[in-house]
Design a binder for this molecule. Structure first.
Ligand code: KIV
Length: 271
């Protein structure tokens, strides 16, 4: 994205305005240049280079193994394919927890080496020092509360989070702390819709939900899930807009057939 860009760029300020006027924010993940171009041209507001790349791109069971270098590779590829959308890159597991200096240097690497617009971190009070340090360097931060996949080994399960009062109260406190620290938005993942709506009403910054109901300020999905490229994941909150796994398999089957039958290439498809 260039500052001379003739198209209107979605900034963190634009997202705040969208919340103020009640316009819902659309966000999807992308991990490569070609997919970024498609979601960009479709008119998405925010592209998340999620560490879900560990699952859908690399085939890992959790998001924990992905490295900073790999996130930088995905982030830089996505930024090249985006013009108008705000691009947010996840800080991967182990690059910001427990050491705010390391958190800042990880975030600086993301910003310098990808040219993304912001970073996203999972957690509340326990990572607040890292969030503040990153913000102090002028790097916009998106928070992420509720089901935080980088902590899956602590939770032990992907069930809906914050269903009891203690956890719900902590989530509300964490959301407030992140806003006070200066985060420009927060993702709430897989929590009761009523709680997500309450947080969205209490906070002035945009709340983006995934499995958090319709009472929040925007929605995010993993692109491989919503397009049906990934057919191994069917949570209740997911709406599938396509069945690309099957459609791509059929198309590839036709290609294999054409090669085997000597139908491809024909005389017009050669030099
Ligand atoms: O990594 C990711 O794709 C995410 C979304 C699920 C919000 O964090």
């Amino acid at each position: 994205m260039s500052i001379q860009s003739p198209v209107k760029i979605v900034t963190t300020h634009v997202l705040a305005e969208m919340k103020q006027r009640g316009e819902k924010i659309s966000m999807l993940t992308a991990y490569d240049y070609s997919m970024a171009r498609i979601v960009e041209e479709a008119g998405i507001d925010v592209i998340l280079v999620g560490d879900s790349a560990a699952n859908v791109m690399a085939g890992h069971m959790t998001t924990l193994p992905i490295t900073l270098e790999q996130m930088i590779y995905h982030g830089a590829s996505v930024v090249k394919g985006s013009k108008r959308a705000l691009v947010v890159v996840d800080l991967p597991f182990g690059t910001y927890q427990g050491n705010s200096k390391e958190a800042l240097s990880s975030a600086i690497r993301i910003m310098k080496e990808t040219a993304a617009d912001a970073v996203k971190l999972e957690g509340g009070a326990e990572i607040l020092e890292s969030v503040k340090r990153i913000l102090s360097a002028g790097i916009p931060v998106m928070g992420h509360l509720g089901l935080t996949p980088q902590s899956i080994n602590k939770f032990g399960t992907y069930v809906v989070r914050a269903q009891n009062k203690e956890e719900a109260d902590k989530l509300e406190d964490d959301a407030r702390l992140l806003q006070e620290a200066g985060c420009f938005a927060i993702v709430l993942e897989k929590i009761p819709a009523a709680l997500a709506e309450k947080v969205a009403k209490q906070l002035v910054i945009p709340i983006i939900g995934i499995g958090a109901g319709g009472g929040v300020d925007g929605q995010v999905l993993v692109i491989h899930d919503m397009l049906g490229i990934n057919n191994e994941f069917s949570p209740r909150f997911l709406r599938r807009y396509h069945n690309l796994y099957e459609e791509m398999k059929v198309a590839i089957g036709h290609y294999i057939e054409d090669v085997k039958n000597r139908d491809f290439p024909n005389s017009k498809e050669q030099y």
